[in-house]
Design a protein around this ligand. Sequence first.
Ligand code: ATP
Length: 774
Amino acid sequence: MAEINLSPPAMPTGKKKIAVMTSGGDSPGMSGAVRAVIRQTIASGCVAYAVYEGYQGLVDGGEMIKQMQWEDVRGWLSEGGTLIGTARCMDFHERAGRLKAANNMIEKGIDALVICGGDGSLTGADRFRSEWPSLVEELVATGKRREEEVKPFKHLNIVGLVGSIDNDLSSTDATIGCYSSLDRICNAIDTIDSTAFSHQRAFVIEVMGRHCGWLALMAGVSCGADFVFIPENPPSENWEDEMCSVIKKHRELGKRKTTVIVAEGAHDQELHPISPSRVKDLLSKRVGLDTRVTTLGHVQRGGPPAAYDRMLATLQGVEAVKAVLEATPETPSPVICIVENKIVRKNLMEAVKLTKQVAADIESKNFKKAMEGRDAEFSEYWQAFNITTATDKEDLRLPQEQRMRVGIIHVGAPAGGMNAATRAATAYCLARGHTPVALHNGFPGLCRHHDDKPLGAVRDIDWLDAENWASRGGSEIGTNRALPSEDFKTTAYCFEKYKIDALWVVGGFEAFTAVSELRKAREQYDAFKIPIVVIPATVSNNVPGTEYSIGSDTCLNALITYCDAIRQSASASRRRVFVVETQGGASGYIATIAGLSIGATAVYTPEEGIHLNMLVEDIKFLKEQFTKDAGSTRSGKIILRNEKASKVYTTEVIADIIKEESGGKFDSRFAVPGHVQQGGTPSPMDRVRGVRFGIKSLQHLESFHGKSKEEIANDPMSATVIGIRGAKVKFSAMEKIERDETDWKDRRPLNEFWMNLIDVVDTLSGRPKSFRAL
Ligand code: ATP
């Protein structure tokens, strides 16, 4: 263990010194969090430090605590793991270790510490903060530091960021890294699925999660697994019989493959571990299936972060620095969390306490409480999983008179997750006794074929039809952009002919418009006086009434993969700017969030437009940047331009202007990923949210049971859009959203929640703010 360092502390400069550290198990996105903290610190006029190798670096001091410059973190957003290292440090468990750490911090003059790690790391951090005054006192009492030296360091400011692949911290919906890990798991299961299907095999897949079943459950929901074992909610006492009977039933219904997911920490009600090999034996011997075990291991931790983790890491890093700057000695240490779509500060110690409580509840076999201790979302996903795999549970069935024929229709362009939502809706309908009716190829499909080929265009879906749609891209029931107003009469006739009692519509702005039209046409057509809900699904994320549409995450992932490859090429030739054209219609959402996730130099959106002065200033900025980065292996630059940002300054024109004006200092090219952005396989986030929205929407439709047509028509909540709004998932009345929240001309919400994120992109790329106002 290093000796206590007695060099004098750095002289206070009046500038706050903020250090960032990663600790515990690594997770994808940690490097992006470090980048955000360092750049936001420098942008706020403070001095940034990085502590290398977790708490060990803090204890060892010296070179392990380094001042960081803006350029030091260039390109870190797309890197997996943590580039400043992490460690498990025994010394920090001892007071002597923490005393050295305190001394090292005083020596460097550090006022605040941002820690990205799991609950252990955050517990260590809070302990350090609460002990801080006594550590400082001890340094003075033992003559290691003089009273006046420690005066400016009376309080330690700590902020937590949760970096963990397990998503095990209560109080936040997601931890930095969990969606990347889920992505890796789902890729592996999707890959295994095709061989399982070919040979009609069963696969038992073990995933990480010693105390937390989030990865296992979400993988089960995303991949359409048959059975899932998680620590928080062990299966019934006779789980062997239960599992075998579910799997037999699925096989009897015609399923060719079987997937069982076992969390690392899975156990039965008596806390006896449930091992993948035990499950394999049961499937082989009792069900007679050719069964294999795959343990995914550390591939789940590695690789580049997914779009969501990059965004989360960036926004949380920025928020952490703001929290440091706003803190007073009385402010309890915060942890930066996300609730649905909202970045929030919560009490660090309470979050850790809640998390530990879940572990204690599991230990004491209080599983009901353990489930409650996880986020509300977790229980919803558990129910969703169970209902989509239940095929013969009589207790879920509604009485005959409450059962509906639910029309299911896709409208507009395909978006990742549409099929997962439809599969869940179908399985939910069947479990409840409703009839899911597929209206193929959108409204024109319904109208065109109603006479000659009724069975082709309108068809009851059975469980097996939809069973393997969970991971499919595109639209399995076919989609079309046309609106019902093209033929209201035939649409109404078809609704009546096929006895549609409720309508479940999935799609983007066209779907939203279609439902708005149906709602308004209720005055003329009784057939439309049924409950209707829109499940927003579009890569553009421009549906009013929600901050998130299914498919937008898949699009972002496709786009960042594309941009990472382009940047590598741009960096290899050292001096190149790529201007990349993004989709998004008249909404700059995709360009902005992709910009945030790849660290773009600038984003050009339709909302702000592109001006000549903006280009002039951006070229000046690029010249400065290339001078600073001369020879760097990470010098490739990307500007993202939305397809409708300007009629005159096209992507190609901008690339040409930049090249022409670069004075030969750098080169510029343009690139158009086009439909690549719709993505191939939907991302796990789009799949799981599709399932959640799909089921919640059906529950909403069920709530209209017993109401007359007139009552339905007069109830504003009978035509709604489901969506995420801030920290909540909500249904919003179409009537209100159409009137107050929709920019019909530009086909986007009137107030776009993400607009201020353009500032974050600029701050973290160093692009001066005044540019956009010019
Ligand atoms: P993961 O989720 O990957 O397990 P974690 O942050 O929970 O991450 P831990 O190994 O529990 O990982 O903790 C990381 C480090 O934090 C420990 O090695 C130790 O240095 C420090 N730490 C953890 N708990 C404490 C504690 N109670 N007191 C002081 N330091 C602690």
